[in-house]
Design a protein around this ligand. Structure first.
Ligand code: SF4
Ligand code: SF4
Ligand code: SF4
Ligand code: FES
Ligand code: FES
Length: 659
């Protein structure tokens, strides 16, 4: 039902908007915000979106629901003054080295300082610099540039279900940090980059491979080849003023050629290969009724999520490498010769919408003799910067076709860039076109049923790791069953990847997806099986899909990365209390971070020696609520803080002597 309220003296109608901010923006008035994101919960902390009612009451528009008959003002003298003071305070606490900040020109703080006309900061500058955390292969964290908006915290927790960023300390010491102020590489981050995608400042940015790429381009020995992921072609244009979703494939190829790339190929070619290998694997699992459901494997953030959080499902992931890695392996292993070079002198650059692909390229499984299959990964954002750095005027770039043979792809490979694309391509290989519908119990899951050889194949697709987590829990509880499940870590699939141009909002993602799937509609060949270059690849090199050679080049293995490896560490419930002494090592978060796991392993070795064997039972347990003295160990009823192997052994001996 339509209701009305007054904004700046004008009647404005509204219906089901969740807050005043949405109504104000719908009325064409822009309010500054840092901590509001329509896809995240409302935090209401930055105080930039303040409005004033007729009684002079000030409220945050993002956290106030609209009411019929309300009358508010958005830009009174008082509000403008207040916003300026808030912004000045933020700037005073901020490392203002804009000239060297990678976010400069696309930074919300910089933008609002300009819009609000901040000419000077009257509150001085915070002393001391905090260390920059560049330990992650995907993102860089510069706490000196954090304005504590909490967007990354909510993104990581609410949308991605990972929750490795949080607020710590109080007042002026407050910070956003990984648990216990650890480096990001030491916690369960899956490298999706979604935190950096919502960070309004340069506090979270993408780990850059640009220098590596420039060095290769300037090295006359190197043949530098690019592969372009499907999602990049419908988003790069945003960096140069095109509407989201506008396909710019030919321009991307042309720009890369101008920059100096020797060959430009299409990752969609490798996506076609992925779909063929993955459907072959799927049919085998179906026929043996083994390792079902089969999860797709082309999203490295999802793969890492399973390895870290749900390792019991690691064998359900398809063993197919992602298209990026299949491309690298085929390029260096087979096609280098075809383009007149060899695997030592070829430098493979992936152009991806994704930060997790940077981490994937560094996995040891994807190195041969110390050389990576993929040498560098540039995100769409980095590609735009490299184009500008090279002085290429994007508008004037002449469109060019991909190089052959790895530039040939079918529609199946193209749609890998959006959610439902991978599952659709895999089904096309078995001759079916799934018709996805929204799941009646969970609107974030799309499902389809396919009739295949007198059985029904149930397919599901989900994007956003938080949604995937719910699906995993349903599978675990036996509430749901599917045969094939496509999971993409980023909302909407790779078109919403952490390396895509910002903003990366829901509407923009929809436009990119329409652009990609619209482009696919125009393609004549839909099934990856129809790709003539791939037919030759199997005929001349790989044999059949799923062959030993295909496995060696195109498949991989996964690792249980859960921080407590249950195979060597058992928990309290499994204790054999018939033994005399019981030693419990706390593996709660504090103790784990203080070395409890190493302590456990060493104790395990010591206590299996002759003196203690059959006399002492060792188990892991959770928090003794003595975290400030971690790591903690309990020997029978005696709690040992700041435990060491020596302290524990002494306590065991002491108690044994007393008996
Ligand atoms: S990269 Fe993804 S998992 Fe890692 S901190 Fe950011 S949002 Fe969380
Ligand atoms: S790191 Fe970025 S997104 Fe996170 S709280 Fe700081 S400014 Fe906000
Ligand atoms: S969904 Fe795509 S962009 Fe996002 S992490 Fe996975 S592979 Fe990367
Ligand atoms: S946007 Fe409303 S308080 Fe931050
Ligand atoms: S985590 Fe070990 S005592 Fe709290």
């Amino acid at each position: 039902m339509e209701k009305t309220m007054k904004i700046n003296g004008k009647q404005v109608s509204f219906t089901d908007e969740a807050n005043l901010l949405e109504v104000i923006r719908k009325a064409g008035i822009e309010l500054p915000t840092f901590c509001y994101h329509s896809e995240l919960s409302v935090y209401g902390a930055c105080r930039m979106c303040l409005v004033e009612d007729d009684n002079g009451r000030i409220m945050a528009a993002c956290s106030t629901p609209p009411r019929p008959g309300m009358s508010i003002r958005t830009h009174t003298e008082r509000l403008i003054r207040q916003r300026r003071v808030t912004l000045e305070l933020l700037l005073a606490n901020h490392d203002r080295e804009c000239t060297t900040c990678v976010k400069s020109g696309n930074c919300r703080l910089q933008e609002l300082a300009n819009i609000l006309g901040i000419g000077e900061i009257r509150f001085g500058q915070k002393n001391g610099r905090l260390p920059i955390d560049d330990s992650s292969p995907a993102i860089v964290r510069d706490p000196n540039k954090c304005i504590l908006c909490g967007d990354c915290v909510r993104m990581c927790e609410e949308v991605q279900g990972v929750g490795v960023l949080g607020f710590a300390y109080r007042g002026s010491n407050a910070k956003v940090v990984p648990p216990f102020n650890k480096n990001i590489s030491e916690v369960n981050c899956v490298d999706c980059g979604q935190c950096a995608a919502v960070c309004p400042t340069g506090a979270l940015t993408i780990a850059s491979h640009m220098e590596k790429v420039w060095s290769a381009l300037h090295d006359p020995q190197k043949t530098v080849v690019a592969q372009i992921a499907p999602a990049v072609r419908v988003s790069l244009g945003e960096e140069f003023g095109l509407k989201p979703g506008t396909p710019a494939t030919g321009k991307v190829v042309g720009a890369l050629k101008k920059i100096g790339f020797d060959k430009v190929f299409d990752t969609c070619f490798a996506a076609d290969v992925t779909a063929i290998e993955e459907s072959c694997e799927f049919l085998e699992r179906i026929s043996k009724n083994q390792r079902l459901p089969q999860f797709t494997s082309c999203c490295p953030a999802w793969v890492k999520y399973v390895e870290l959080h749900y390792p019991q499902y690691k064998d359900n992931i398809s063993t197919c490498r992602s298209p990026q890695q299949m491309f690298g392996s085929l390029m260096k292993g087979i096609y280098a010769k075809a383009i007149g070079t060899d695997s030592e002198n070829i430098f493979v650059v992936s152009i991806m919408p994704c930060t997790a692909k940077k981490s994937e390229a560094k996995r040891e499984e994807f190195f041969k003799n110390g050389v990576p299959d993929v040498d560098a990964v540039l995100t769409t954002q980095e590609l735009a910067r490299i184009i500008r750095e090279a002085g290429v005027v994007f508008d004037e770039v002449e469109e060019m076709p991909f190089d052959m043979p790895l530039g040939f792809a079918t529609g199946g490979g193209i749609i890998f860039g959006g959610s439902k694309g991978v599952a659709t391509a895999v089904m096309r290989v078995i001759g079916k076109e799934p018709d996805f519908k929204t799941d009646k119990d969970n609107p974030n899951i799309k499902t389809a049923e396919i009739d295949y050889n007198a059985r029904k194949i149930k397919v599901a697709t989900v994007s956003g790791l938080g949604n995937a987590k719910k699906l995993l829990e349903d599978l675990r509880a036996g509430n749901k069953y599917y045969d094939l499940i496509e999971v993409m870590a980023c909302s909407g699939g790779c078109i919403g990847g952490g390396g895509q141009p910002q903003p990366n909002s829901n509407d923009i993602r929809k436009s990119r997806k329409q652009g990609l799937f619209g482009h696919e509609k125009l393609m004549q060949l839909k099934s990856p099986l129809e790709n003539p270059v791939i037919k030759d690849l199997y005929k001349d090199n790989l044999g059949e899909p799923g062959s030993a050679k295909a496995h060696a080049m195109l498949h991989t293995t996964y690792t249980n990365r859960k921080r407590i490896n249950e195979s060597i560490c058992f928990f309290e419930e499994q204790l054999n209390t018939a033994k005399k002494r019981v030693v419990k090592v706390c593996v709660g978060t504090c103790c784990y971070l203080s070395g409890a796991y190493d302590l456990f392993s060493t104790l395990k070795d010591k206590l299996s020696q002759e003196d203690f064997k059959d006399k002492v039972e060792l188990a892991a347990t959770f928090c003794f609520e003595n975290c400030t003295q971690s790591p903690c160990v309990m020997v029978d009823d005696v709690l040992i803080g700041e435990a060491t192997v020596e302290k524990v052994i002494n306590e065991i001996l002491k108690q044994t002597a007393v008996q």
